[in-house]
Design a binder for this molecule. Structure first.
Ligand code: GLA
Length: 406
């Protein structure tokens, strides 16, 4: 399947289509008109596994979306209906405890819990959720659901919060309710992304800079179709290894609070005091923060070769130091890099499968997709790899401000 979302009008149409359908589903299910809020997906250009140690990332929002439609109800319950799963989950709001069930409803229920923890009063409601974000592909389907849910709940509560707070509360839902130890990147860009711009985010200060993406390139996302999950397995394990290394640095080197503060020289000095795996994971993160800054420079100068060079180095580092790639994704990156007009390619997201992100000449993007799919099928036997030609789209707040969702 090739889904092209490289024209703004087409993106809006895709969203509006979803939204209209979601409003209709809600009306049919709950017998009331609701109000719709949309949140996109995201792809990370560079800066992987840096967010939870206060580092730098460079994601952008992309034109898939989750739509949350909400209306009030009078019985004090929170009723979520997932149009994707065709399933309902219901909670007594006043007695909602942290009780994840390993179920899709953990994400919206977690946001409800997180907002209530913040002291935000939320009365009974029905919410329908519908989305077209590919699941398990590393494109942040979970943050998309969380932010769409938060937008709906905040509207119902009559509360306005700034971007930083929305992102932080959604992250809290994921960390503390769902139990996935993710950083802030996904929720932040899903809420705060801006069309035609990548966002360099400082995950410590939450300061950010919007960077131009040259018109002559497209960001192409290729799904290896190897499923990844942030909630289980490798992600949490890598995070533990990183935190073990960070704890040694904090103890041994004055002035280091987070890995973000450490240099390679600091790390080398502590090498004997941490497991070799932690050393390698930390080396990835320290060098990745530097690569994000280089990528920023490259984008500001429109230097696509340099940007691509950083992406390739980032992939090698994710593969070798962070050990979070897999043979299929490596094959996909190698195939991409052989194509004319491909400046850079790398694994994107949490790792262990999922998608690659590729920066490709605009005029060769469709050809690129065809060739990568064909050669990937030959190399791996996976014949149905999905590829998306994307542009940076608006996050949930920009969509709301532009009246994209009513
Ligand atoms: C997942 C997490 C993010 C981030 C990335 C890796 O997407 O949700 O917080 O850690 O992995 O960069």
């Amino acid at each position: 399947m090739i889904l092209s979302c490289n024209f703004e009008s087409e993106q809006v149409r895709l969203m509006r289509l979803d939204e209209g359908k979601a409003l209709q589903i809600h009306r049919q299910r709950f017998g009331r008109d609701g109000r719709a809020f949309a949140a996109p997906a995201r792809v990370n250009l560079i800066g992987e596994h840096t967010d939870y140690t206060g580092g730098l990332v460079m994601p952008m929002a992309i034109g898939f979306s989750t739509v949350a439609v909400i209306s009030a109800r009078e019985d004090g319950r929170a009723v979520f209906y997932s149009a994707n799963y065709e399933e309902e989950a219901s909670f007594e709001i006043a007695s909602l405890e942290r009780s994840p069930r390993g179920h899709w409803s953990d994400y919206p229920a977690g946001v409800l819990w997180s907002l209530r923890q913040e002291g935000i009063a939320i009365d009974g409601f029905s919410m329908s959720l519908a989305g077209d974000v590919p699941l398990g592909a590393g494109l942040s389907s979970s943050a998309s659901v969380e932010v769409a849910t938060a937008m709906g709940l905040l509207w119902l509560a009559g509360v306005t919060l700034p971007l930083e707070k929305i992102a932080t509360l959604c992250r809290k839902a994921e960390n503390e309710y769902v139990g996935a130890k993710s950083g802030i990147m996904d929720q932040f860009v899903v809420a705060g992304g801006v069309a035609h711009r990548a966002m360099m985010l400082d995950c410590r200060s939450l300061g950010y800079e919007l960077l131009p993406l040259p018109d002559e390139v497209r960001v192409v996302i290729c799904n290896s179709m190897v499923k990844h999950s942030v909630a289980t397995g490798g992600y949490g394990n890598r995070r533990d290894e990183v935190e073990a290394g960070q704890a040694v640095l904090r103890q041994e080197r004055p002035g280091i609070e987070l890995l973000r503060d450490a240099t390679l020289a600091d790390l080398e000095a502590c090498r004997g005091k941490m497991p070799e795996a932690s050393f390698a994971r930390c080396r990835h993160i320290i060098t990745e923060n530097v690569r994000v800054l280089e990528a920023r420079e490259a984008l500001l100068k429109g230097d696509l070769q340099r940007l691509g060079g950083m992406m390739i180095a980032a992939h090698v580092s994710m593969r070798d130091d962070f050990a979070a790639s897999c043979p299929e994704v490596d094959a996909m990156v190698e195939i991409a890099m052989r194509q004319d007009g491909c400046f850079g390619a790398r694994i994107t997201g949490g790792g262990f499968g999922g998608c690659t992100v590729n920066v490709v000449s605009a005029d060769g993007a469709e050809q690129f997709v065809e060739t990568v799919r064909r050669e990937y099928a030959t190399a791996t036997g996976i014949a149905d790899a999905q590829c998306f030609v994307c542009e940076a789209s608006d996050g949930a707040l920009a969509l709301l401000a532009k009246g994209g969702v009513q």
